[in-house]
Design a protein around this ligand. Structure first.
Ligand code: BG6
Length: 511
């Protein structure tokens, strides 16, 4: 593995949740794997007035708890945290950015980073422009000519709709060049999402089948059993379509549907992904009713526990029409996928947490055996399980042993837990490392973000303009409104329900 050059990572919003839950634990993992630069420094920036020591102490306790660091590794954590510094700052105050500049210069000579800086903006999105403008005013974006590289990482959400995403891109590109901008989508950092690339392009057997001639339809699911927790305020102005589909699930779709890139590097890869987004057949306002089903969870009892409805959650308006469930059907208008329906489904307060892609292959052209009696028996499905129980499952028909020729479906199942490299790294670990290495392959490019919004924004507009478009209630702990099943053309088709009978308490279970 290549080791990154010495650098300094600054984190805006360092006293927030993301830093303690994801960023610090991931940086610590990289440190333990010796994947951080020879010399580095991390500067936390936030409103809370910590000293370096107080911030290290806080990080020590937080990381220990969230990343469940065992006793023998806690000493290593302490050593790692010696590289962490803190600068209290008011994000609105220009003077505080000159203090940041001075601190960077001081640490730069200490860790010999040669001016290589990463600015990780993990603040509320309303500050993205402000932070980048101030960095620009201090000349902290300038690179080249021996001054080291500068990169800015922008957390999600990237825009609220097409206009705001375009505006944010235009603003960032006035200060930074595109190669310096790293737009995070943590789904792209997931090991199992990256593996879709390997699965498709490192194997000879699947790619010949990966098209409209053999694939009947494709299902992408990303559902959770949790509700909106303490994020009601944010979620109520977002909703499932913005929160999960515009970014994460469309990114997964692009990897499933893209053409093979000519080589494995950021530009070639991201060009192919953008072509998928550009080929998405727009959903017309009059078709939203037919192609999109939205829902909102209502109060219920889930496995003996009372669960509040979405409108009773903290931070949520009592008459909210924000969707917590979304199911849609659409097409990719290109040579490979013409006529193949794609289905995406996401939701909060579902029976389980599972993200997966299911490729449904076409049936045999002529039914010799019992498939013609029960149409789903013997279905060939390839399930790419992103999480949990990460793996790949192939379903196919066999002859039931004994007399006659009855067919039943069986599973050929690969689990990551079966291989020796069984620990799956955190998505942020990979993404942070790639940013240090200057590899933007797993980050979203400006044109990709905008084309995704071009596809999504008309749906949001249709909902806004037509209050009669239904928002279905569904009891917490269920698979969402039954209307979602009507998206399928044929009456015997439906979504995959990976734990329909809740056999093991709503934990993911393959049936
Ligand atoms: C986040 C969304 O981006 O992704 C959350 O804001 C969601 O609402 C989360 O819970 C899902 O991520 P994961 O990695 O748990 O599937």
């Amino acid at each position: 593995m290549q080791k990154p050059e010495n650098c300094i990572i600054t984190i805006f919003g360092a006293s927030g949740d993301l830093t303690k839950r994801k960023l610090m634990p991931s940086l610590f993992d990289l440190y333990q794997k010796k994947l951080l630069p020879e010399k580095f420094a991390i500067i936390g920036l936030g409103r809370t007035p910590f000293t370096d020591e107080a911030f290290r102490e806080k990080m020590y306790n937080d990381v220990k708890t969230f990343a469940k660091i065992e006793a023998e590794k806690q000493r290593v954590l302490k050593v790692f945290l010696e590289n962490i510094h803190y600068l209290p700052m008011d994000i609105n105050n220009a003077d505080d950015y000159s203090k940041l500049k001075a601190r960077l210069e001081e640490l730069d000579s200490r860790v010999e980073s040669g001016g290589n800086y990463i600015y990780y903006v993990a603040t509320s999105p309303k500050f993205f422009e402000l932070v980048s403008r101030h960095l620009g005013m201090q000349g902290l974006q300038k690179q080249g000519g021996g001054t080291g590289w500068k990169r800015i990482v922008i957390e999600k959400p990237f825009g609220y709709d097409l206009d705001s995403a375009r505006k944010l891109n235009a603003h960032l590109q006035e200060i930074f060049i595109e190669d310096q901008i790293y737009r995070i989508d943590h789904y792209l950092g997931k090991e199992t999402v990256q593996n879709i690339l390997a699965f498709r392009f490192a194997n000879g057997i699947f790619e010949p089948l990966w098209n409209r001639n053999f694939i009947h339809h494709v299902e992408i699911t990303g559902v959770e059993n949790i509700g909106v927790e303490d994020r009601g305020g944010y979620y109520d102005s977002s909703g499932a379509l913005r929160d999960m589909v515009q970014n994460h699930l469309l990114q997964v779709l692009s990897i499933i549907a893209m053409e093979p890139p000519s080589k494995f590097e950021a530009t070639a890869l991201r060009n192919e992904k953008v072509k998928v987004f550009q080929s998405l057949s727009p959903i017309k306002p009059e078709d939203v009713k037919k192609q999109v089903v939205r829902g909102q969870y209502t109060g219920s009892t889930v496995r003996g526990e009372k669960v509040p409805g979405y409108r009773e959650e903290k931070g949520v308006a009592a008459d909210s029409r924000t969707e917590t469930f979304l199911a849609m059907k659409f097409y990719i208008g290109n040579w490979r996928w013409g006529g193949v329906p794609f289905y995406i489904r996401t939701g909060k307060r579902m029976p389980t947490r599972v993200s997966e892609v299911t490729i449904h292959f076409k049936k045999t052209p002529h039914a010799l055996f019992s498939q013609n009696l029960a149409p789903t028996v013997g279905d060939n499905q390839l399930v790419i399980r992103i999480q949990p129980d990460e793996g790949i499952l192939l379903k196919f028909g066999i002859k039931v042993p004994g007399a006659g020729f009855e067919i039943k479906t069986v599973n050929m199942d690969f689990h990551y837990s079966d291989i020796s490299e069984r620990t799956i790294p955190e998505a942020y670990e990979r993404l942070l490392l790639d940013c240090m290495l200057g590899d933007a392959s797993l980050y979203a490019r400006s044109d990709a973000v905008e084309t995704c919004w071009e596809f999504i924004s008309p749906i949001l507009d249709a909902w806004e303009n037509d209050p009669d478009l239904p928002l279905y209630g569904y009891p917490a702990g269920t698979w969402g409104p039954k209307e979602a099943s009507n998206l399928f053309d044929e009456s015997n088709e439906d979504w995959r329900y990976p734990c329909k009978n809740l056999a093991n308490d709503g934990e993911y279970c393959e049936l």
